[in-house]
Design a binder for this molecule. Structure first.
Ligand code: FES
Length: 571
């Protein structure tokens, strides 16, 4: 083992080493400061992040594992983002959480880190931080909650909230019954139990090689999660001893495998921006087009909401991620390594499918070609994405009149107006929801359908937005349009009544307005007025430096590897 990083603080007999040791002793023996790896446990547990509140117990198991392997565990509370609580959107704070975690890992005397996350933005921000600081690191995904039921029917949190609220608006469910379902939705500790962003990113953290093999997807209340956390603590010490850092396994090959996994599990479209951002921190050359090139022909094998029927509890019971990856093993890059030092494919063994209703075999996919499709055209010169697995097949090729909303507030004010000039063929356009415009790129793109169309039985329409949609949502929604309206993209110039054409097979999204007519147009005043123009603080920094969705919406000065070196002492 090379000299420990923590020895730069604790080694020697000078005044500064005295200070570093003295304040940290608090019962620790001398041996704690001589040659034992100091392992931070970056913990996103918070009462205001309900999906992660149980991570304090998980941290105890990690600590036991670290001690057992001869290390010193040190819990480090880090910025935590509760998806359902934080306004204006948790995504506004993802880069802040990543930057704060990176800086605290670099600033402190630690040799390695165990990252505890769960709720949507927490695992992405932790991975971005780990990629930047490049200390030996491993993730424990907090795991999904177990399935709740209402009147005998399973509830998928997120997906069924959207569905039930649409039923209320359509008049097929009473308001009372809707509210009664509320206490049944969240049945246990853990994150959302659909194949939403939290489930997706936990599984992709493992597909990237950064989780103890076989652990991702373990439900939060399952005692095997604590056992896995214990083993992860041991593994963290081994990583330091072997000097195995994220940059050694987070390569283009591991992102290739994450994209294959994303398609095969029917994962969240949000994973596109998160994977691009993580790759950007490493200097890995990952592009939006890689998602289409690598993932679009991968079969969807997992029948989970929102694309299908089941929930994460079922997924784990049916064999979990390894059972899925074994089915698409030939599509994986065999050279991609993991946190164990071995290739991902070596960990798949003969992982069986225990329930072929939940995880389909390769010969019987839910959808033959299901990955994220990347669209370009006159409406999205730098790209947009659509998730065919969550869309209606009959809308994947469509032409319709645009109905434009200049902000989400404008949308809410008008969508249920009985006089709204809209029909099932209309294309709903919502702008001002990109990284700069909102700011923070919220999950508003899956606009609820106009009430009068719901009452006619319409359940899906083509929608176009420069924002994101919840990973638990569904519908034919063109997302992440780049450049966004606030950055001068053509989306700013669309007028109600313009024709928009979508052709997913041809990978096109076009505004059928002549170029000379577009050149004469200016962005509407209502839209420009709705854009955020923060005066101070993080929002100002964010708006000035955030990049567009097609490159991961990270801050421009956080790109590329930075490392863990600190050159100056504190006293
Ligand atoms: Fe936390 Fe869904 S709200 S994962």
């Amino acid at each position: 083992m090379t000299e420990l990083r923590s020895s730069q603080w604790y080694g020697g007999d000078d005044r500064n080493a005295y200070i570093h040791r003295a304040w940290m002793r608090r019962g620790l023996p001398d041996s704690a400061f001589t040659g034992r790896p100091h392992i931070a446990i970056a913990n996103t547990a918070s009462d205001l992040t309900p999906c992660n509140a149980h991570l304090t117990e998980v941290a105890r198991s990690v600590k036991n594992g670290v001690y057992e392997a001869g290390g010193i565990p040190l819990e480090l509370p880090v910025v935590s983002l509760g998806e359902t609580q934080v306004r204006p959107t948790a995504m506004l704070w993802r880069n802040m959480a990543a930057m704060a975690t990176e800086e605290m890992l670099r600033a402190n005397p630690v040799d390695g880190v165990v990252l505890l996350g769960g709720c949507d933005k927490t695992i992405p921000s932790l991975l971005m931080a780990a990629a930047s600081v490049d200390l030996p690191a491993v993730v424990v995904p907090g795991g999904p909650m177990i399935t709740g039921t209402f009147r005998g029917v399973p509830l998928g949190c997120g997906t069924d909230v959207w569905r039930l609220s649409e039923e209320v608006r359509a008049g097929t469910l009473s308001q009372d019954d809707f509210v009664r379902s509320e206490s049944a939705t969240i049945r246990s500790r853990g994150h959302c139990n659909t194949m939403g962003t939290a489930s997706t990113m936990g599984l992709l953290a493992e597909a990237l090689g950064t989780v103890l093999p076989g652990l991702a997807g373990t439900p939060a209340p399952d005692s095997r999660l604590l056992e896995g956390a214990h083993h992860t603590g041991r593994l963290a010490v081994e990583l330091v001893t072997a000097d195995r850092r994220p940059s050694t396994w987070l390569t283009k090959a591991s992102f290739h495998n994450a994209i294959v996994a994303l398609a095969a599990i029917g994962g969240s479209s949000n994973a596109v921006v998160h994977l691009l951002a993580i790759a950007g921190r490493l200097g890995v050359d990952l592009t939006l087009d890689d998602f289409d090139r690598i993932g679009s022909h991968v079969p969807l094998l997992v029948d989970l909401q929102p694309a299908g029927r089941f929930l994460m509890d079922d997924f784990h019971r049916a064999g979990g991620l390894h059972a899925v990856l074994r089915e698409v093993r030939d599509l994986l890059d065999p050279s991609a390594l993991t946190v164990t030092g071995k290739p991902l494919v070596d960990h798949l063994g003969d992982a069986p499918i225990w329930d072929p209703e939940v995880i389909r075999g390769r010969a019987d996919p839910l959808i033959a070609e299901a990955g994220i499709a990347v669209l370009r055209g006159s409406l999205a010169p730098d790209g947009a994405v659509v998730k065919p697995a969550a869309a209606s097949p009959h809308l994947l090729r469509h032409r319709g009149r645009a109905l434009v909303f200049d902000s989400i507030e404008d949308f809410h004010a008008r969508v249920d107006d009985p006089d709204l000039d809209v029909d099932a063929d209309s294309v709903l356009v919502l702008r001002g929801c990109g990284p700069k415009g909102y700011p923070g790129m919220p999950e508003v793109a899956n606009m609820p359908l106009p009430k009068k169309l719901l009452e006619q039985g319409v359940r899906d329409m083509v929608r176009v937005c420069d924002g994101r949609m919840s990973g638990t949502a569904y519908g034919t929604v063109v997302l992440h349009v780049a450049p966004e309206a606030a950055a001068g993209g053509p989306l700013a110039l669309v007028r109600t009544g313009d024709i928009i054409s979508l052709d997913v097979a041809a990978r096109r999204i076009d505004l059928e307005v002549p170029a000379d007519e577009l050149a004469r147009r200016e962005a509407s005043e209502a839209m420009t007025a709705a854009f955020a123009n923060p005066r101070r603080g993080w929002e100002r920094l964010y708006v000035d430096h955030v990049r567009q969705a097609d490159t991961g919406a990270d801050l421009d000065f956080l790109l590329g590897p930075t490392g863990s070196a600190v050159s100056r002492e504190s006293h």
